[in-house]
Design a binder for this molecule. Sequence first.
Ligand code: HEC
Length: 146
Amino acid sequence: MRKLILAISVLALAGSAAFADPIADRQALMKANGKAASVLAPIVKGEKPFDQAAVMAALTQLSENAQKIDVAALFPAGSDTGEKTTASPKIWEEPTEFQAKVDKFRADTAAAVAAAPKDVDALKAQFGAIGANCGGCHETFRIKKG
Ligand code: HEC
């Protein structure tokens, strides 16, 4: 029985590896980050009224996305090439630093959900901390193209 379960899980792993497109997967995840940030930014700027439900949904989305950044699965060795990726080779040269950025993003987004901001000022503090993660990681680990 144990052998059978092992065999099935090995097959499942092989199957997902065969179909996975880590570049597309991580870009989709990052696009979702961009979408969640674009819900929060106008509220922080005062262009849209504070909407607690929308704010919590966006923060939760960011936190879930952060948890999903599995570096080994989304940034496997060799996935730094190709025209469509803007991932910097630094990700593979400085894996400890990159993982630390992922961990910080996870911690800050989880903290924002836990803080459950009730007004714009509270959201500003959380959004500022989260935004520093986006910019900070992109600065070092993403190449600017074009
Ligand atoms: C731990 C590092 C890290 C953090 C934190 C991070 N990003 Fe990224 N992001 C990347 C990398 C690396 C890429 C390039 C991926 C590729 O092209 O393969 C990227 C790409 C993107 C893209 C372009 C996706 C595409 O379609 O090519 C967007 C949009 C984006 N990030 C938004 C965000 C936002 C918004 C946040 C914060 C809420 C964020 N990112 C946080 C590393 C990070």
